[in-house]
Design a protein around this ligand. Sequence first.
Ligand code: ZN
Length: 236
Amino acid sequence: MPPVSQVTDIRTLQEFDEEAATLRSALDEVERRLRGSEELEQARAAFGSLDAELNDIRRTQRALDGDISVLNSRIQPEEKRLYDGSVRNPKELGNIQHELELLKVQRSKLEDQLLEVMSRLETVEASHSSARQQLARAEQEREIELAELEREATRLGDALTRVEARREAQKLKISAQALRVYDSIRRRHGAMAVAHIQGGMCAGCRVAIPEAIRRRAFQPDQLAQCPNCERILFVG
Ligand SMILES: [Zn+2]
């Protein structure tokens, strides 16, 4: 078996790096989802705002009830005076009647408002109750989701530890100089630090590779780099 070339070792290192990057981004996503759930926040906010609205309507209802009973407590004695024969003076009776009419107009306005409030109350109570159910459902789902996410985070964390250990072991097979080249290219180009020579061109940047560099890429102990993008080249 021919000795494993430097570039093959670098490609294996790149595979581990890719695998680690994929695992890390999956873990980041799981951790983001562990921190909070948009669905649950939305269900909480919806319930919270309906709850506030319901309290508001109930407060208005109580205030109207109170105002109506104040008017009733003024109307009842006036009506009694009007009909029990205790007042005989026609002018005074006329005054009482006029006062009663005014009070009853006020009461009737408040009663109309109360009817509107009661109907609004019924609508909001129905929405409030369905929002409460939705919130309970969202909380239940979140509990299940949290358990799944925690399991997934553990699984990804373990896999990441394993691939990082393999990566560290792989690094020991590569010369310090080649590692420096590899790291600096990865920093610049992101994922792909090693490129295939395809049809005489660098697969990374599609620029033609001179013959001398192509020949170098065939040497197992040499590192050939694309003159344009500097990626490490390999053939085969
Ligand atoms: Zn290139």
